[in-house]
Design a protein around this ligand. Sequence first.
Ligand code: PEP
Length: 245
Amino acid sequence: DNVRKPFVAGNWKMNGNLALVAEFNQKLAGLKAKAEVVVCAPSLLLHAFETDSFSIGTQNVSHLDNGAHTGELSVDLLKEAGCSYAIVGHSERREDQGESSELVALKAKKCVAAGIVPIICVGEPLDVREAGEVEAFVGEQLDALVDKMSIEELSKTVIAYEPIWAIGTGKTASPEQAQEVHEFIRTYFSKVDATLAQSLRILYGGSVKPDNAETLFAQKDVDGGLIGGASLKAEDFISICQAAN
Ligand code: PEP
């Protein structure tokens, strides 16, 4: 397990403002955590972070270089803004913006080419879980990545398993449910490349809170978390970061 440095990323979604950035700058300064810590904030806030103890990321990125694509942000621009991570394929975007697994793979590939680490989200809705088809569903999301990206490229990514029924619902996956899918994901990648599978960090996301983080992160194949709601409170986020070790 210790080949993989623990990782905790916050996803502020469409929340936060300059005042919250200032609070994070102050409260996370000098943060001591074994985990690599990232805050993925709305892009317009990125300029205001003072990141001595954590990195910053965005929540989406274009798969294209630049040009006539109104409203999109390029990897180059995000790099210039100090961004070293990007969430891609969050279920809210897959649903609200109709992002396909193929598009998500292209976004991830673009990030890697620019030196941005994509945090690639996968995960099933409730009906798929109830039908017992989690592995087929998540497997298809992973197929699109393997189809578009080389082993070398995949090794520069982070995967986040986020069961949709657990996002923002307060219904966390049990540690056993999380571990089961994380193990499936790692096994999936081991068929692509054994070294890749061993070094790939797989985060759990879905109602992670200070009081459940430690048990989730203690699972063998859970290397940290992607944190939504609880990443908006500095104290909660800090205690979750410290639970990853
Ligand atoms: C998320 O949206 O990535 C997430 C995990 O949200 P929450 O922690 O609020 O469930």
